[in-house]
Design a protein around this ligand. Sequence first.
Ligand code: AMP
Length: 215
Amino acid sequence: MLLGPPGAGKGTQAHRLQDRFDGVALISTGDIFRQNLRQGTPLGEEAKRYMDAGELVPDDVVVRMVSDALADQPGGFILDGFPRTVAQADALESELERSSRPLTGVLALALDDEAAVKRLAGRRTCSSCQRTYNVELHPPRREGVCDACGGELVQRDDDQELTVRRRLDVYHASTAPLVEFYRERGLLREVDADGSEDEVTSRALDALGETADRH
Ligand code: AMP
């Protein structure tokens, strides 16, 4: 599971870790919402109201959606963007106990707010495969075009500065308590997210090493 403020690089590192571990599914709640939005589903319409405001989608909606996604993925998985509240973490714990699939590690990516704002302002996201770039820190080879799939790169509506500030406030109030939640359970692996993508991936793999060997 990847935990951390918006802009810490959870999505980027989740994709990189998925590439490293064969056959592991990636469940990203933000990506599922954005996909539903593009397809014009009722779930997408409901989520949009919260996402545009930088607020969290209600717990019951997200928990149901992740339960369905986990049921579709019988093997290993990486969670990106879930849980974001203690209620979601409690629900996940019960769900994973029921299916005898314990969490093996929680990567907490640490980044200060100003660095996060700077990263998100320059972030561009592929409208097709969801990979992310940064106009300054990690530009695509061709401007506006995804290196991986050729899709169009766009700025997410919720990456506007005012919304980013609200998302950070929501992170501190509702999601940051999960760091303690998982520390108490002996699952927390803290990683400094200030650095290049390669540096952070290498720190993440080091931090996971102990857990990965054990399971
Ligand atoms: P992300 O792509 O992870 O930054 O998520 C984008 C937005 O989707 C968030 O700002 C929330 O509005 C919503 N969202 C994603 N995951 C969750 C979650 N676990 N709980 C509530 N809202 C979520």
